[in-house]
Each structure stands twice: as structure tokens, then as C-alpha cells.
Design a protein around this ligand. Sequence first.
Ligand SMILES: Cc1cc2nc3c(=O)[nH]c(=O)nc-3n(C[C@H](O)[C@H](O)[C@H](O)COP(=O)(O)O)c2cc1C
Length: 350
Amino acid sequence: MSPILTPVKIGRYTLKNRLVMAPMTRSRANDDGVQPDIAATYYGQRASAGLIISEGVFPSPMGKGYVHTPGLITEAQNSAWKHITDAVHARGGLIFMQVMHCGRISHPMLLPDGATPVAPSAIKPAGQAWTDAGLQDFVTPHALSATEIAAIVADYRQAARRALEAGFDGIELHAASGYLPEQFLSSGSNQRTDAYGGSATQRTRFVLEILRAMVDEAGGERVGIKISPEMNFNDIADANPQETFTTLVDGLHGLGLAYLHVALFGAQTDYHTLLRPRFDGAYLIGGGLDQAKAEALIDEKRADAVVFGGAFLANPDLPERFRRGAALNAPDKATFYGPGEKGYTDYPAL
Ligand SMILES: Cc1cc2nc3c(=O)[nH]c(=O)nc-3n(C[C@H](O)[C@H](O)[C@H](O)COP(=O)(O)O)c2cc1C
């Protein structure tokens, strides 16, 4: 049998296999950030994963960065998510919610009353935001005050509580891909002179404060974190990413987190060798895997579980395909982001 299809303990759960569905934004929520009924079908179809990580969910209206992404704030948003977690549980699956605050990777057109996006420092990123009116240049963000930072940490805490109320089995902090947490981690976007900027230790403070708040609500065994060192997506730049990420992972010690999820995309450094020995919980590897690469990672005990994005999007029955060594459906990029069922709930199972 494929080593990917053996059970594994992650945090408080025993997963039925080591195949994790990556968090994937699908932009099918309505204008109010409420998921449609077909989202329950989509996630339910993928419940044979050992663990599903939901698409990024904004913890406050200021965290939104893309049109038609979902929130977990209002009654309507929360009850739509309950419908989704029920569908996954009815089919024997587990699902964590990914909490995603986009920070400066947003636009006033996506924010309440045309507000200015927030960031550690007032440094405009290169690139454009997806809005209802098409692509719009990013703007110079508002640099958060210490009081405003504390309020955002409180928003993450609330999101953790609401996620559990909505039936999620745990929460993943999105600290990858150049969104607000990574904006704090990285020296290019964080030029603060207070306790949240400067040394690597100070740049990790924001992420660790969020995790402590989430762990207070859910217990460490229901909290994970995703990072993507050297992905340099969304105009992220850091003078010394090795130092930043080893300092961060050393800082996780004592939180009792369920897992560390590391997605690599062409990094120059072998971060898995660098980071895994520093972390006590389960180690998840993602980014560009296929069945053979993933099996080698498990066989060689380099990862406890493997994370698949595009392949899970296009193959609702991915574990069964791996079991049989069957061919895979190819993901259709044109339908990655909404609306509708096409490229969402209509990928065929075997
Ligand atoms: C359509 C799409 C949406 C994505 N949205 C998110 C997201 O919301 N949060 C996140 O952490 N990563 C997101 N990712 C990245 C995936 O989680 C994963 O890291 C990436 O797809 C690499 O895995 P793969 O090579 O198996 O696809 C997205 C990827 C795709 C294809």
C-alpha cells in the first residue's frame, strides 16, 4: 500500500491517511462573503482527504483581499460554513479553517467604506488587486499602530472561536504568500522601529501573538501554521529568510501546535532539513508534489503528511486514485476562481 494512505496522528486527531488538501481560494462567495450551497458539495466531495484545509477566510472585513472570498464574521457567513463542515463530517472527513488576512495585498474597493489597506509599514507593494472592477494597482497601505495591531490579534482570536462554533476541527494561520503575517516577518515590508520590527525576533512577534491567541481559544493541538519561505509572492522580500524562518520556528516551541505546513516553490535553501528538527509537532510538506515525490517524503520520514493543491482541486477522489495508481484529471486554470459549478463541483470521480 502507498505510505501516503496510512493513518497519522496530527494534534488531537488521527487522520485516516496522510493526504492533506491544500487551502485554495475559489472566489465563489457572494458579495457579502457568504459561501454558496455548492461549497458544501465541493468540500464534501473531497472528504476522503486525511485533512482538508479550507480556502483562506478573512477574520475581519479589513482582512479581505480578493473579490468573492468568504468571511467568518456575520451570522450568514457562519451558518454557511456550518453547512460545509457538516457535509465534510457526514462523509467522515476532517476540516481546518485557514485564517487569511491579506493586509496590504488588498484595495480600498474591497474594504469597508473604501478604507486604506493595512500593513506593518506604509510601503506600497508592486502589483494589482482583483476587484469587481477588474485589476487595480495596489495602494500605499496605512502603517498599523500598536493599538491597531492588538485589535487585529483579537480578530484572529475571535475567528478561532467562531471557526470552532461553525464546526471546524481546527484552525490554520496563513503566514505564507506575502499576506499580513508574512508582511510582518519580512524586512522588506516591515521597517518598523517599535517592538514589532527590526530584529528577526521582533519581526516574528506579531505571528507569535496571533498563535498564542488562537491556542488560547482552541488548544495547540487544533492549531497549525502555513509558511512559504522564499516564495517571494506578492512582492515579499527579506534580507535573510533563513534567519527569519528559523527564528520563527524556534519561537513556536511551547505552543504545542498540531502542525507546521511548509510550502516551497523553488527556494534556494533546503528549508525542510533546516526547519523540521526545530519543530515538535507534525511536519507537512506541500508545493509541486506528485505521488512518487510524496511517497518518498513519507518513506524517508521527511514529512508526516503531504499537501496537494491543484491535484485535489481536480480530483475529488485523490486518495482512491493514488491507491489504484489511476490517472489524474488535469486542473483547469480558467475556472480556479469563481463563479459557478464549472471547474468546482463537476470534476469526475473514478
Ligand atoms: C486556485 C488556488 C488557490 C489557492 N489559494 C490559496 C489560499 O487561499 N491559501 C493558501 O495558503 N494557499 C493557496 N494556494 C496555494 C496552495 O495551498 C498550494 O500551496 C499550492 O497550490 C501548491 O501545491 P500544488 O503544487 O500541489 O498545487 C492556492 C492554490 C491554488 C491553485
